[in-house]
Design a protein. Structure first.
Length: 324
């Protein structure tokens, strides 16, 4: 027999049902719904934990959510998770008869800022590339548009003259790590090394440092889970400002889902569609594009088209730099 414990049950109810089932040698239990349960339940739930004590439930883990405040794509962690506590009354038969919450658990809190309706800021990840980055710089110079390049240290090391050109032409450089790992899955020491190595490279080539950071991979750049928040927290402790993104034209895709080429016009249309969103929590200013990592000819083609379309569109205007 298996016992299903719905998500709406109090943890004490779940614990009592698990304990009541022990004499019947129940083969297994099912938990519904994963992700919405009290995380403390895992201390007593499972084949190896049938005899755990109710004392194990006194500490309440903070769960899996991330709370956001404000609007915009510039991220600052303003509060880190705190466990909660509760007092439990346990009867002689081991059943929990009452619980009193002493401290409610809290999750990460991230403050969003930088929302500027009607403005867009261009950003490029993963470069510099010896073919595509110079073409993009040529267009930006011709169109009199400024952008931010979140460079990879290993690519900057290979193409030092392009790094110097980015700064010389008034563009902004940000830190995108050295080798593009998933920072949410590597040790903290690796994250420190990735950011510090890229920072030192930028300083040695340009004579300037940067405080702008964007984590590799979308999940870490726009965190939704505690693991994804970790790179933002660590970068913040190193003095960086984490830059997210809401306007993503998927310029990295060479083909659409139906196999047809992903065109420059589609990229422009997608940016204009997203920038026209009126809901503050969904509206964006920062456009994610790429100047490395593959064939970026469609990205290069899209830039002057985006410049003209933005100038003609009442919902969007190019911003001279990141809306900080």
């Amino acid at each position: 027999m298996a016992r299903n414990i719905p998500s709406g049950f109090w943890t004490r109810r779940a614990y009592n049902e698990l304990r009541s089932a022990q004499p019947y040698k129940v083969a297994g239990f099912a938990l519904w719904r994963l992700g919405s349960e009290d995380p403390s339940l895992w201390k007593v739930f499972g084949s190896g934990e049938r005899h755990a004590s109710a004392e194990d439930l006194k500490t309440i883990k903070y769960g899996y959510d991330v709370d956001f405040q404000g609007t915009g794509e510039i991220l600052q962690v303003t509060a880190e998770p705190q466990d909660g506590t509760r007092d439990l009354t346990v009867a002689a038969d081991g059943m929990i008869t009452d619980q009193i919450y002493r401290q409610i658990p809290s999750s990460y809190v991230i403050q969003r800022t930088g929302d500027k309706p009607g403005k867009i800021a261009l950003t490029f990840d993963d470069g510099p590339d010896p073919v595509w980055t110079p073409k993009i710089l040529d267009i930006l110079k011709q169109e009199n548009v400024k952008a931010t390049f979140f460079i990879l240290g290993e690519n900057g090391q290979t193409n030092p003259d392009i790094v110097k050109r980015i700064v010389a032409e008034g563009q902004t450089i940000g830190n995108h790590s050295f080798t593009h790992p998933n920072l949410g899955e590597v040790p903290r020491a690796v994250t420190d090394l990735e950011l510090n190595a890229t920072q030192r490279l930028i300083e040695s080539l340009t004579g300037h440092s940067t405080r702008l950071f964007r984590a590799p991979y979308f999940g870490d750049a726009e965190p939704r889970t505690p693991d994804e928040v970790e790179p933002t927290t660590q970068a913040q402790n190193l003095g960086y400002i984490s830059i997210g993104l809401h306007l993503d034209p998927d310029d990295w895709k060479l083909n659409n889902d139906d196999g047809t080429p992903h065109t420059a016009d589609q990229m422009v249309d997608e940016v204009l569609r997203q920038v026209a969103i009126t809901t503050p929590e969904e509206r964006g200013n920062i456009v994610l594009m790429h100047d490395s990592g593959g064939d970026r000819s469609a990205t290069v083609e899209a830039l002057p088209k985006l410049r003209r379309a933005a100038a003609a569109d009442t919902n969007s205007r190019p911003s001279p730099n990141l809306p900080i």
